[in-house]
Design a protein around this ligand. Structure first.
Ligand code: CA
Length: 218
């Protein structure tokens, strides 16, 4: 799952990105509203953490533009602690949830996890498909009651496929949501990654639709 973090204070941005990465997400960081608008409109994100007070273009305007352009990505806004009017304006503009600053990273992770789940219609953080369960909060994967040891990349790929179970995911889409901007993979990296997952999960779980991509059946 690839997230965009929009935050102009470098220390806060770095803390958010580090927390998200520890939780198994890929995080891209931008520091102003113009860059946020550009990135969010051109790249495919699973969710956005959006500070409202930003240079060049404020967060509320970014959010309104995205929604007006039909971008339905889940958005968690970061607001001033006691500003109820900011929270109301944000939710009216299309935010899915808000978090007042300062916040604890665990609350950020819980809230972002919840809005991503809701967007995909999942009721709990525990995703299941074909005998495999993925605990997205604790980053644990079980197969037939046995806990599996997955690398960070393997976990990201499996989580994305299970999150979208029943839908064919192209290699390009999977690469976009599994690798960060700094980790551009070579052309057969996704195939290699899927091969490693199949060795751990059994060959049947991830189906290859030749010419289209990969699928975990719901
Ligand atoms: Ca700010």
């Amino acid at each position: 799952m690839r997230l965009l973090v929009v935050e102009d204070e470098p220390a806060i941005a770095a803390d958010i990105a580090a927390a998200l990465e520890r939780a198994g997400y890929v995080a891209d960081v931008v520091r102003d509203g113009e860059d946020a608008w550009f990135q969010a409109e051109t790249e495919a994100y699973d969710g956005i953490v959006l500070d409202l007070g930003l240079p060049r273009l404020d967060g509320l305007t970014v959010l309104k533009r995205l929604r007006a352009a039909g971008v339905a990505v889940p958005v968690l806004i970061l607001t001033a602690r006691d500003s109820w009017s900011e929270r109301v304006a944000g939710i009216d503009a299309g935010a899915d949830d808000y978090l007042g600053k300062p916040f604890h990273s665990e609350e950020l992770l819980a809230r972002i996890g919840a809005i991503l789940r809701r967007a995909a219609g999942h009721a709990t953080p525990l995703l299941e498909a074909g005998g495999v369960s993925v605990d997205t909060r604790r980053m644990l994967v079980h197969l037939g009651g046995r806990q599996l040891a997955l690398t960070a990349l393997e976990f990201r790929a499996l989580r994305y496929l299970v999150h979208h179970k029943g839908r064919v995911i192209s290699q390009g889409e999977l690469a976009e949501h599994v690798y960060g901007q700094q980790e551009a993979p070579d052309s057969n990296a996704v195939e290699v990654l899927i091969g490693r997952l199949r060795r751990k999960l059994g060959v049947e779980l991830i189906v290859t639709r030749r010419g289209y991509g990969y699928l975990i059946d719901g």
